[in-house]
Write a protein that binds this ligand. Structure first.
Ligand code: PEP
Length: 257
């Protein structure tokens, strides 16, 4: 039995303004009982413009929902128009920050080097990165999905000391399963997540790798989450579309019911 606490994180992407964010988090908190919070860590990852509102709500109502951002600049400050820095996110008391989401890799041409620099920037400011990795459809069809994903893991973790690496959350998100309704079979996801844990053990130690939480992401819904969570090396889900629907997300958090 793993001692890793499951983590369910909702990636809202570019959805919900700050007023909608407040309503959504309030509904979520109301629907989640204390027992859900104890068993599972729950995090929301809103757009930057919502973070202050979510912080006020979480702090004010002492909610146990954690929150974080969907990206961070590798720089601390300066002439980087449109960027948001680690110190800014830390000031908003974010716990997490997503680095290397496939949409950032695809639309903003983020390489493993950039993703690694962002992971380092996160740690420098006390934020925990959720490092996204995963293959495109052609890579999967070519049977190269494990090799491809492990190279992203190695690139993303480059030069991170053990005390940081053991707290990283790694999200395995096959690109072809994101927002498509196409779910990776639970056993196929387990194959890659086990390989990721093996690679982390090779880079550090088995003991450290056993502490790292690995999420699956890609069209997770209430109907498929239990099967995914039954896999030995899957410790949570990074949920996009379904995290915008309170009832669905609550059911995902309660995957054991
Ligand atoms: C995501 O954006 O990380 C994601 C997994 O999206 P979806 O759940 O909508 O596939």
């Amino acid at each position: 039995m793993s001692t890793r606490t499951p983590i369910m994180a909702g990636n809202w992407k570019m959805n919900l303004n700050h007023l909608e964010a407040i309503a959504h988090v309030q509904k979520l908190a109301f629907a989640l009982a204390d027992k859900d919070y104890e068993a599972v860590e729950v995090a929301v990852l809103p757009p930057f413009t919502d973070l202050r509102s979510v912080q006020t709500l979480v702090d004010g109502d002492k909610l146990r929902i954690k929150y974080g951002a969907q990206d961070v600049s590798a720089q601390d400050s300066g002439a980087y128009t449109g960027e948001i820095s680690g110190p800014m996110l830390a000031k908003l008391k974010c716990t997490y920050v997503v680095v290397g989401h496939s949409e950032r890799r695809q639309y903003h041409h983020e390489t493993d080097e950039i993703v690694n620099a962002k992971a380092k920037a996160a740690f420098k400011h006390g934020l925990t990165p959720i490092l996204c990795v995963g293959e495109e459809l052609d890579v999967r069809k070519a049977g190269e999905h494990v090799t491809h994903t492990l190279a992203q893991v190695v690139g993303g973790l480059q030069d991170l000391p053990a005390e940081q690496a053991e707290t990283v959350v790694i999200a395995y998100e096959p690109v072809w399963a994101i927002g498509t309704g196409e779910v990776c079979g639970a056993e196929d996801a387990q194959e890659v997540c086990a390989a990721i844990r093996g690679k982390v053990a090779e880079l550090y130690t088995q003991e450290l790798a056993d502490k790292v939480r690995i999420q699956y992401g890609g069209s997770v819904k209430s109907g498929n989450v239990a099967e995914i969570m039954a896999q030995a090396d899957i410790d949570g889900a990074l949920v996009g579309g379904a995290s915008l629907d309170t009832d669905e997300f609550v059911k995902i958090v309660r995957f054991r019911d």
